[in-house]
Design a protein around this ligand. Structure first.
Ligand code: FNR
Length: 371
């Protein structure tokens, strides 16, 4: 279908389900067990309603903000997705970089990218394009430490350590297909690995072998000593863990259950956000500590709800991945433009002109915790 048939972010997935090779779509879309967390991530946004203010001059809408010390024109970023080359063999992550250039959408680069991080860094069109490294920690710590040092040298602006995935979750739609790393040219980090030619039940299981199950808080201290990049823990799911991250000097957290791909029945991050922010403020830990959130964000209104609750920004993964698979960098640009259009319109209708004016007073939260 032509790109003109895409009116919103959900359309990318609907088209991808029809046209992507079955195995690729299975890996991209599969979440854990019965996919309850996946659905609840989406549903949680549908449980919050707005209380718009009237008679505000909303002629000029300003979407600028600051995320992890970078000035940005939009409050969202492209979250990490492994193996962008499965859906877009020629362009892979490089097309995402191109598609992010115009608006300078921050791009979190997966450890398990189809292209090397050197190639992805070189693909930047503007020198000031914001790139972050997402880190999966290898049981051979030297591989991981080298990657961190390299990322900083390549100008990456933050290190996102994924902490919700000591093993890949049980993604059964993916597991029904045999995956051969050698045949599917990726991920780049596997080239030197002895598992290179491995054929396993599913892409997720293959990647999982490259993740260390013994990662702990002590490793975070080690990473802090290795790099000046700010460290963000991606996949925090409890208030006490977020507080601990702030106390040990992390620059932020991503409240996330990995899009429901890890532990099924882990809570929707939006609920955790609503609980966390008052505690952080009470303890004075909300300064210099950015709370980000991802999972199921598909609309401008979803983004506004998260920001009203105190998130500094939101991550969006699957829609950008599908957009890139279907239409390359043009798709990535369209995905960004659709979100901007929805954000501007929704802010007008909410009676707000800048992001710093958003707060929980605009929300009816009475349904959020209902099951
Ligand atoms: C992911 N995600 C992910 N996260 C991460 O830290 N490293 C990774 O390599 C990947 N890979 C990956 C592949 C695919 C196909 C998907 C769909 C997701 C998780 C991702 O960054 C994000 O946390 C969730 O997908 C939630 O956001 P969405 O997809 O609901 O917007």
């Amino acid at each position: 279908p032509p790109i003109e048939s895409v009116f919103n972010l959900n359309d990318f997935e609907k088209i991808a389900a029809k046209v992507l090779p079955e195995q690729v779509y299975a890996y991209y879309s599969s979440s854990a067990d019965d996919e309850v967390s996946y659905r609840e991530n989406h549903n949680s946004f549908h449980k919050i309603f707005f209380k718009p203010k009237i008679l505000v001059d909303v002629t000029n809408i300003d979407l600028t903000t600051e995320i992890l010390d970078s000035q940005v024109d939009i409050p969202f970023y492209v979250s990490a997705t492994a193996l962008c080359g499965l859906g877009n063999p020629k362009g892979g992550e490089l097309d995402i970089v191109k598609g992010c250039a115009d608006v300078n959408v921050p791009h979190m680069i997966s450890t398990f990218s189809s292209f090397s991080i050197e190639e992805i860094a070189e693909a930047k069109i503007n020198e000031n394009q914001i790139q972050w490294l997402q880190l999966y920690v290898n049981s051979d710590r030297k591989i991981t430490h080298d990657l961190i040092v390299k990322a900083e040298r390549l100008g990456m602006k933050a290190l996102f350590v994924t902490v919700d995935a000591p093993s890949a979750g049980n993604r059964e739609r993916d597991a029904r297909f045999k995956f051969s790393a050698a045949e599917n040219n990726g991920p780049k980090v596997m080239e030197k690995s002895k598992d290179k030619d491995a054929t396993t039940n599913g892409t997720s299981r293959t990647l999982s072998k490259l993740i260390d199950t013994s990662l702990t808080w002590a490793d975070i201290e080690t990473f802090k000593k290795l790099t000046n990049m700010p460290i963000v823990l991606k996949g925090v799911q409890r208030v006490d863990d977020a507080i601990r991250a702030a106390e040990i000097g992390c620059r932020g957290v991503v409240l996330s259950n990995h899009g429901g791909r890890e532990l099924d029945f882990s809570r929707p991050p939006l609920e955790v956000l609503a609980e966390l922010m008052p505690v952080l403020r009470d303890r004075g830990l909300n300064k210099n500590f950015d709370v980000l959130i991802d999972g199921g964000i598909r609309r401008g209104t979803d983004i506004l709800k998260a920001l009203c609750l105190g998130a500094k920004g939101v991550g969006i993964a699957a829609p950008f991945l599908y957009a890139n698979s279907l239409y390359g960098s043009e798709g990535v640009e369209l995905c960004t433009q659709l979100l901007i259009k929805e954000l501007v319109l929704s802010m007008r209708l909410l009676g707000v002109t800048k992001l710093s004016d958003l707060n929980a007073d605009f929300l009816d939260l009475s349904g959020l915790f209902a099951r």
